[in-house]
Design a protein around this ligand. Structure first.
Ligand SMILES: Nc1ncnc2c1ncn2[C@@H]1O[C@H](COP(=O)(O)OP(=O)(O)O)[C@@H](O)[C@H]1O
Ligand SMILES: [Mg+2]
Length: 405
């Protein structure tokens, strides 16, 4: 099977998916704008071919280069597991006649307007919202919805350019920061806890489920540098307070007629138990969350996904043994990493419950924590008990220090 994969080298997880697909017997044709020499070795090793395009942002250019390359060859699948390329993959599927989800079917996973429209039409609770294209439009929407509100781009990701406003003064500040955005969604602010609902599906049938939990809520974690944000994957999916999210996840996938691949939905749970839809993407969760899912069950979902995509089956043993958490760290100070403190003590204290450490090395330049949740690195911990997992994650948050200068 020939699988064309957009962006095989970026973000970090993509080479692992290339490997999974190749191990499942696919010939993977990578399409990317990195020079071939910059494609990470793991991806290169498992790619059957690489089509270099000038820019993945230039849709027409990619379509032209990819269709030209594919002339006289048979492409069976086109995939993209990275948010900005999801629609491009759909368009290529149409151009190459491979079948699979069309542009029209993928649009509701990219446009937050269309997404909410379709989800609401299926009777699912979404935040009250309005779209707006100007400062005046945003103010009018705020008036209609009432404070507190959220303002966010209609095709955003990773909480970028997302603002909360609790009153007219904060709205004014938000609008002044938003200059470059041409269409936004204004939403009722949902006060609650934030969870995910992740799946792998085959022809619309859910074959793998995960529920994640953000501590604190992503927008809060993205607003304060001192916070070490945590993403958790929960061992016990049958906890009573998760039932509403489960049901919503099923209903949303059905409403949007998702077919095959990974999905990543976010949902809110209010203190009164009400469950509200957040958003959904037709790709796996980022920021090394697939690794977290793997550590829950000691499996390889990079390959599990590939098995679903290539063979239409899913055979991993998904017994859930651990709660897992990634703790993302931000160094204190600017410039390059000078010192890392506390890791030895944490390792001595928690031993096997610290399963992976991936921090920037001494001398490396700090990453932009606003732009990447990965920040200056992360530590992955796990434990069968949820509270203990959170306690260990909190200890990593408070007792591990990276210093830059
Ligand atoms: N209506 C809302 N009520 C409360 N918080 C929200 C709302 N919309 C967005 N947020 C906050 O902003 C974050 C980013 O918004 P989201 O819709 O998930 O966009 P993306 O993750 O694609 O940037 C959410 O995780 C949440 O913390
Ligand atoms: Mg989100």
């Amino acid at each position: 099977m020939n699988v064309m994969m957009i962006a095989p080298g970026y973000p970090d997880e993509m080479p692992l998916f290339v490997r999974g697909l190749a191990l499942e017997g696919a010939a993977v044709i990578g399409v990317g704008d990195q020079p071939e020499g910059d494609v990470p070795p793991l991806a290169k090793q498992h790619l059957a071919a690489y089509v270099r395009v000038p820019s993945l942002q230039d849709e027409d250019g990619v379509v032209k280069a990819a269709t030209q390359w594919a002339k006289g060859k048979k492409i069976d699948r086109v995939i993209c597991l990275w948010e900005p390329g999801v629609l491009l993959a759909a368009r290529l599927r149409e151009e190459l006649g491979t079948g699979g989800m069309t542009v029209e079917e993928c649009l509701p996973f990219r446009s937050k307007d269309l997404m909410k429209e379709k989800v609401a039409a299926a009777g699912i609770r979404i935040p009250k919202y309005k779209s707006a294209k100007s400062a005046a439009g945003v103010r009018a929407a705020a008036k209609k919805i009432g404070f507190p509100i959220i303002i966010k781009p209609i095709a955003g990701a990773g909480s970028m350019d997302t603002y909360r406003a609790d009153n007219a003064a904060e709205l004014k500040t938000a609008i002044s920061k938003m200059g470059h955005i041409d269409e936004v969604n204004v939403e009722e602010f949902i006060d609650g806890e934030e969870y995910t609902y992740d799946t792998i599906c085959i022809d619309g049938k859910i074959v793998y489920t995960n529920i994640g939990y953000y501590r604190p809520r992503p927008l809060a974690g993205r607003s304060q540098e001192w916070i070490s944000p945590q993403t958790l994957c929960l061992r016990d999916l049958d906890l009573p307070h998760l039932a509403g999210g489960h049901q919503m996840g099923h209903a949303v996938l059905k409403a949007l007629q998702f077919k095959t691949g990974f999905t990543h939905m976010e949902w809110y749970r209010k203190s009164n138990g009400e469950v509200v839809f957040g958003e959904i993407a037709a790709r796996p969760a980022g920021a090394r969350t697939v690794d977290l899912m793997n550590f829950v069950s000691d499996i390889d979902l990079f390959r599990g996904y590939a098995e679903a995509e290539v063979h239409g089956r899913f055979t991993a043993n998904v017994e859930r043994k651990y709660n897992t958490a990634n703790v993302f760290k931000r160094a204190e100070g600017t410039g390059r990493i000078q010192r890392i403190e506390g890791l030895d003590r944490l390792r001595a204290r928690y031993g096997p419950h610290i399963v992976h450490v991936d921090l920037l090395p001494i001398g490396a330049a700090r990453r932009n924590w606003v732009q990447t949740l990965l920040s200056d690195g992360y530590v992955c911990v796990r434990h069968p008990d949820l509270q203990t997992t959170m306690d260990i994650a909190d200890a990593v948050g408070t007792d591990l220090h990276l210093y830059a200068g």
